[in-house]
Write a protein that binds this ligand. Structure first.
Ligand code: NAD
Length: 735
């Protein structure tokens, strides 16, 4: 028998080597056809008496599988939502069947009667790792990475993951792995006992065959009667120690915002009380339940489908040939420039890092040195990779070194005059087809481009700090920015493995506009006398990773002060609330500049002591009795003020594609990920409900919550942002 996506070679010992290699794709993914073919292969292996056992591996270099196919997942959601209004029961029944397809396939593999080893040659995520867990043995190449990341996109590992992991690991370790979705290196997986062996990349198949030849039972431990759970039965003294704490930990970690996490916990708890077949049925039910939630639908769309589409260059002009960037220049080797130099060198680019003096440029490079040392110490980078990365960065004060750079990123002081002077110096040596980008956080790109001879080649590439950890970059189009500059900027962002959003010029662009709303709302709450701890907790319970006051300390309070002054200078005194200005000015003049000063909204005592909210904050404003503060309303205020600002950016044409507002808000400032992002938050509840919420808040807190004309129109028509600003249409417009 032949299969489109698989080859089978049986050796003289009767071991069948099944190699998965999908034609025309760089990575194997699970499609309906792939699963059907594996189904038939299992039948074939089971029926063929000459076959004593089998090894499954992949023919793709560096990867076993990336997991589920995007189209298959999207189709499952679309079909369900198209059907559920017409016939709810039938829609759920179909969803249940589809949700269980892979799970029962792996159960069939597990119980087919022949021992099977999965040889994990590289990245092996999601369903692929669940296949490995269902196999009777697992070996991995040293460079392989594996994990069950489903929870990160709002679903659960529904092909046996919630059942096999807690039968292999103790309950706490299993729950941590399943609810965090962490990626494991081969060595980590081996140390945890999730795989049998780690070998050199070239020895993988031999090692897998050797494991079979040693004699591997085709019956899994949990299918034997004497099987004992690693942490003992749930109803036992050990279980009684573990489970009561799980519920409170769940609340602490999720604030009850993530249905997938709750379903994982329930699936593990209930599944461990049952034999495997029933346990898988329980998991299938919870998987079906999770798939019906708004959270899963929105998270999958933003964090899986859209994030991948944007990372692959959905907004890149299609007609511009690849830019083949080899060398980039970074001017300004300070906090941001040093970080950009590191990610560029890590992405394989040669980097010229310029500052006013050699010593400052060297200091910028020293940042990379520190980062690679950390990576090497953690085993995430080899010594030779570290040396090669550092060798790619040339620190200098000589602008002539930029003459053959394809792109220059300016990251000097946030000062128009300094930037203009640097732009001139770079333009004097830059080749005629190179692109110039500014990392400004506030100055409109169109106005900066005026100091450059050819504004078509001028663009904004706005990074977030810390650059090595933040996934987002905001690419900003000035009025005259050309397609070539956009293509080069996006090729650069892709090379450094970040996710770009492309926005039109506006004060604060996209992300900072929303973030400023977040902080302003916290200032308003302080002024109203809401206890500071309630403000911070409300934001966290709403799903924000960092409270607004803590965030303000990270970004620096004097920066807020400077932004307010610049806004008043450019837009008039009334553009800033005088009570906010007074608060920030008082803090700044008292030296409470944030974490960098050791004091801001928080006090930062010497480690290991933890930061604490500054008690003086309570003395600045008459405090309300916490019992009289509506906590739910505080949470709504934070999310609504940011979502409303995102809606304004779309209405104004600053952001043209809702996927970018969603992905940008989660990757850029951690907007409550369970919502799917600022725009999905609105679409998820519907414009009508959102407008009603805005009106309620407007009546209580003023016109900053007034719904925009477009929102009112959408509330009447029932339209969503994704219908109105169709992403496919947006990509087509960009093309
Ligand atoms: P920084 O003060 O740490 O670094 C600026 C660097 O530019 C300094 O090393 C300085 O010596 C150098 N410089 C100044 N004038 C120069 C000149 N004429 N020629 C060469 N080098 C010169 O500042 P930063 O925080 O890295 O910010 C840099 C830019 O990035 C600013 O435009 C800022 O708005 C933007 N930005 C900052 C952040 C952030 O979180 N700090 C985030 C996004 C964007």
């Amino acid at each position: 028998m032949t299969y489109e996506n698989f080859t089978i070679d049986t050796d003289a010992d009767g071991i069948a080597l099944v190699t998965w290699d999908m034609p025309g794709r760089s990575m194997n993914v699970f499609t309906a056809e792939v699963m059907d073919q594996i189904d038939r292969i299992i039948d074939q292996l089971a029926a063929d008496e000459a076959v004593k056992g089998a090894v499954f591996t992949s023919g793709k270099k560096g990867s076993f599988t990336g997991g589920a196919d995007l189209k298959t997942i999207s189709a499952m959601f679309e079909d369900f939502h198209a059907e559920v209004g017409r016939n709810r029961e039938a829609a759920i029944a179909t969803l249940f069947e589809r949700a269980g397809r892979m799970s029962w396939l792996w159960r069939k593999l597990e119980t087919c009667g022949k021992p099977i080893v999965t040889a994990i040659n590289g990245t092996c995520m999601g369903g692929g790792f669940e296949m490995a867990l269902a196999s009777h043995g697992r070996v991995a190449a040293r460079s392989a990475q594996m994990g069950l990341p489903e929870v990160k996109v709002g679903i659960l590992p529904g092909a046996g993951g919630t059942q096999r992991i807690p039968r292999l690991l103790d309950t706490q370790a299993a729950l941590a792995l399943l609810t965090k979705g962490s990626t494991l290196s081969a060595d980590e997986a081996k140390a945890m006992g999730l795989i049998d062996a780690v070998v050199g990349d070239g020895d993988l198949v031999d090692a897998a065959k050797a494991l079979l030849k040693k004699g591997l039972s085709p019956v899994k431990p949990w299918d034997e009667e004497r099987f004992k759970l690693p942490s003992g039965p749930i109803y036992s003294p050990q279980g009684a120690k573990i489970w009561p704490a799980v519920a409170s930990l769940y609340r602490k970690e999720t604030a009850d915002n993530y249905p997938a996490v709750k379903c994982i916990v329930k699936s593990v708890y209930e599944g461990l009380l049952l034999p495997m077949d029933q346990a898988l049925r329980v998991e299938q039910r919870y998987f079906t339940e999770v798939l019906q939630t708004t959270e899963a639908r929105m998270m999958i769309r933003s964090l899986f489908v859209s994030a991948q589409a944007l990372a692959k260059g959905a907004r890149r002009p299609k007609d511009v040939p690849p830019s083949n960037l080899r060398k980039v220049g970074i001017v300004g080797a300070g906090f941001m420039g040093a970080g950009i130099a590191f990610v560029a060198a890590k992405g394989g680019l040669d980097v010229v890092l310029i500052d006013q003096e050699q010593a400052a440029a060297d200091k910028g490079k020293a940042h990379s040195q520190k980062l690679v040392e950390g990576l090497v110490a953690k085993g995430r980078m080899s010594q030779s990779e570290a040396e090669a990365l550092l060798a790619r960065i040339t620190p200098t004060a000589d602008y002539a070194a930029l003459s053959d750079a394809g792109l220059v990123v300016e990251a000097v002081f946030e000062d128009r005059d300094v930037k203009a002077e640097v732009t001139k110096k770079v333009a004097a040596v830059l080749s005629a087809d190179a692109v110039y980008a500014s990392n400004t956080s506030t100055i409109p790109i169109t106005s900066l481009a005026e100091t450059f001879d050819d504004p078509e080649r001028f663009i904004g590439i706005h990074f977030f700090s810390p650059v090595d950890r933040m996934q987002l970059t905001e690419v900003i189009l000035g009025e005259k920015t050309g397609e070539k500059a956009l293509a080069v900027a996006l090729d650069f962002v892709r090379a450094i493995k970040k996710t770009p959003i492309v926005v039109n010029d506006s004060r604060g662009f996209f992300a900072n506009r929303c973030v400023l709303r977040y902080m302003n709302e916290a200032y308003d709450m302080l002024v109203e006398g809401v206890p500071p701890a309630m403000i911070e907790n409300a934001a966290k319970f709403a799903g924000m990773p960092v409270g607004p006051l803590a965030l303000n300390d990270e970004t620096a309070v004097d920066l807020s002060h400077r932004i307010m002054k610049a806004t008043m200078r450019d837009m008039g005194e009334s553009a800033v609330d005088p009570r906010h200005f007074k608060l920030v000015e008082t803090m700044t003049s008292d030296g409470r500049l944030g974490r960098k000063a050791g004091k801001g909204f928080y006090d930062y005592p010497e480690k290991p002591a933890k930061k604490k909210l500054w008690p003086g904050l309570k003395e600045m404003f008459d405090q309300k009795d916490p019992q009289t503060v509506d906590f739910t309303e505080l949470k709504q205020r934070f999310l609504v003020t940011m979502a409303l600002e995102a809606a304004r950016t779309m209405e104004e044409g600053v952001v043209t594609d809702p996927r970018e507002a969603d992905v940008g808000s989660i990757f850029g400032f951690g907007f409550a990920p369970y919502t799917g992002g600022t725009i999905s938050y609105i679409d998820g509840m519907g414009a009508k409900a959102f407008v009603a919420l805005c009106e309620k808040l407007e009546a209580r807190f003023g016109e900053r919550f007034a719904p925009t004309p477009l929102l009112r129109e959408m509330a009447r028509s029932g339209e969503t942002f994704y219908q109105r600003f169709d992403p496919d249409g947006a990509s087509a417009r960009a093309a």
